[in-house]
Design a protein around this ligand. Structure first.
Ligand code: AOF
Ligand code: ZN
Length: 342
């Protein structure tokens, strides 16, 4: 008997739905969503996940899967990682698809914060299909960036930097290449492949002439984030402009960058420097997550990662939560969430 044939509890089906959701793309305007439809005995009738904007939602994919298997989902329970949508966006409302398919009950893990799309649980319940909210840690973690962006009405911001143990991101002569080793750089490329945009300041473009492409494993990934250059200084002729997939934001206010990106349906952006740009985002409280690659090196001179945050006393320090670390070769990656207060 395969896993798919085994009887599942609702909680086990939710675990499975989260695993399915994770098969979807982390980038793009839509969340990762998974769905498993069970019969009264807990047998899996159909399952599906969302493959990115414009494609079927997880619920519709699961209904289609059940049809393909020839199973009858009338009276079944749909277990979904996100509250079924009630709106017509690029696709139709999932509450209607579930109703028409004859599903008798719904359990979902994460409430939909979308202005147009939320309210699906109430619609279903009013139709006599109880929709139960059962929070699930894995589903929340998988949706964290998207949820934060939707609630804030701006992209989720990851501030990324590589620095020495004494917090320098370049030497006194300006050299900054090779602070960290290949494993740290490889990791940073994998992160780039999962976001919608990479942003740097004009100073970084002039100093490093980066390509700003995602090259995990040394190969350009299929998904390339939008390249964004922040600032007013002319950077014409630099490598970042070789590709049409790039955007200039001639403003020093990080909110202008985030508004321009939000308009382009960017939900996640990595801000990679330099110190002026990183400091501006941090000063304005616009960083959700820090990815700091720390090399076991000391310089004693050279620009610091961030400066001038306007913090005078320890009690006002920006502090990370959900802190994690990872050894990458000789370097350490420290990740942390910065609290936004919502
Ligand atoms: C998804 N996948 O499986 C579910 C979503 O423009 P649309 O039609 O793709 O709608 C996107 C919104 O639908 C999305 O922001 C979320 O609020 C809701 N549910 N979205 O992409 C899914 N169930
Ligand atoms: Zn939907």
């Amino acid at each position: 008997m395969s896993d798919a044939d085994a009887a599942l509890t609702i909680a086990q089906a939710m675990d499975r739905a989260v695993d399915l959701a994770a098969l979807g793309p982390a980038h793009g305007p839509n969340p990762r969503v998974g769905c498993v439809i069970l019969n009264a005995d807990g047998a899996v009738l159909g399952e599906g996940w969302h493959r990115g904007a414009g494609t079927a939602h997880a619920e519709v994919a699961a209904i289609a899967d059940a049809r393909a298997r020839g199973t009858d989902i009338t009276g079944g329970t749909a277990v979904v990682t996100l509250e079924p949508c009630s709106h017509t966006g690029r696709t139709g409302p999932c509450v209607d698809a579930l109703t028409e398919a004859g599903v008798a009950a719904v359990t979902y893990a994460v409430a939909d914060p979308g202005q147009a799309s939320s309210g699906g649980a109430d619609v279903l319940t009013s139709r006599g299909i109880p929709a139960i909210h059962a929070p699930h840690e894995g589903a929340t973690a998988l949706t964290h960036r998207w949820l934060t962006a939707m609630r804030a009405g701006r992209p989720y911001v990851i501030a990324k930097w590589a620095a020495t143990l004494d917090g320098r991101m370049a030497a006194a002569d300006g050299t900054s290449f090779w602070i960290t080793g290949p494993q740290a750089r490889e990791h940073a490329h994998a992160v780039r492949a999962q976001v919608d945009a990479i942003a740097v300041g004009t100073g970084t473009v002039l100093a490093d002439d980066p390509q700003l492409s995602a090259r995990p494993g040394g190969e350009e990934s299929e998904h390339q984030p939008l390249r964004v250059v922040i600032g007013r200084t002319d950077t014409a002729g630099r490598r970042v402009w070789r590709d049409l997939h790039a955007l200039a934001v001639a403003s020093h206010d990080p909110r202008d960058t985030l508004a321009a990106l939000w308009e382009r349906e960017v939900r996640t952006v990595v801000v990679e420097g330099g110190p002026t740009v990183l400091s501006a985002f941090l000063r304005e409280g616009l960083v959700d997550e820090v990815n700091a690659y720390i090399a076991p090196a000391l310089l004693g001179a050279g620009p610091s990662v961030v400066e001038g945050l306007g913090i005078e006393t320890m009690a006002d320090a920006l502090r990370g939560q959900d802190v994690n670390f990872q050894l990458l070769g000789a370097d350490i990656l420290v990740t942390a969430h910065l609290s936004r207060g919502f």
